[in-house]
Design a protein around this ligand. Structure first.
Ligand SMILES: [Zn+2]
Ligand SMILES: [Zn+2]
Length: 115
């Protein structure tokens, strides 16, 4: 298993995969192939939040989490503080990496199987 702490960020312009070290994430980076800006902050460290007003899913970049973000659809302020309250998360094979391995907080896991 490859344990290097890098993230592949796909260039929006040319589609080349760029390997970004974890400590460089969130800082400006450029595509090694075409030189255009890579969105290291927005997509990788964005939080997803459902609007309590209209139910729309909002993506909030980590850099904007404390800037009082609003719903992109109905402009209801999003209570981003709730993102950091401990809460049970349903983890499946599909989101195990994101929820457990990349969690900034210690994760307590209760595992069960339906069979
Ligand atoms: Zn590129
Ligand atoms: Zn809304």
């Amino acid at each position: 298993m490859n344990q290097t702490n890098t993230t592949i960020v796909r260039c929006a312009s040319c589609g080349a995969g760029n390997r970004i070290p974890a400590e460089r994430m969130g800082t400006p980076a450029k595509c090694g192939k075409c030189g255009s800006e890579l969105s290291t902050g927005d997509e990788q460290t964005a939080y997803k939040m459902r609007c309590s007003g209209c139910g729309a899913k909002n993506k909030i970049p980590a850099s904007k989490i404390n800037a009082g973000p609003k719903c992109g659809k109905c402009s209801t302020p999003l209570p981003t503080g709730e993102l950091f309250k401990p809460q049970p998360v349903m983890v499946t094979e599909a989101n195990f990496d994101g929820e457990i391995l990349k969690s900034p907080l210690p994760a307590l896991m209760f595992a069960w199987a339906p069979w």
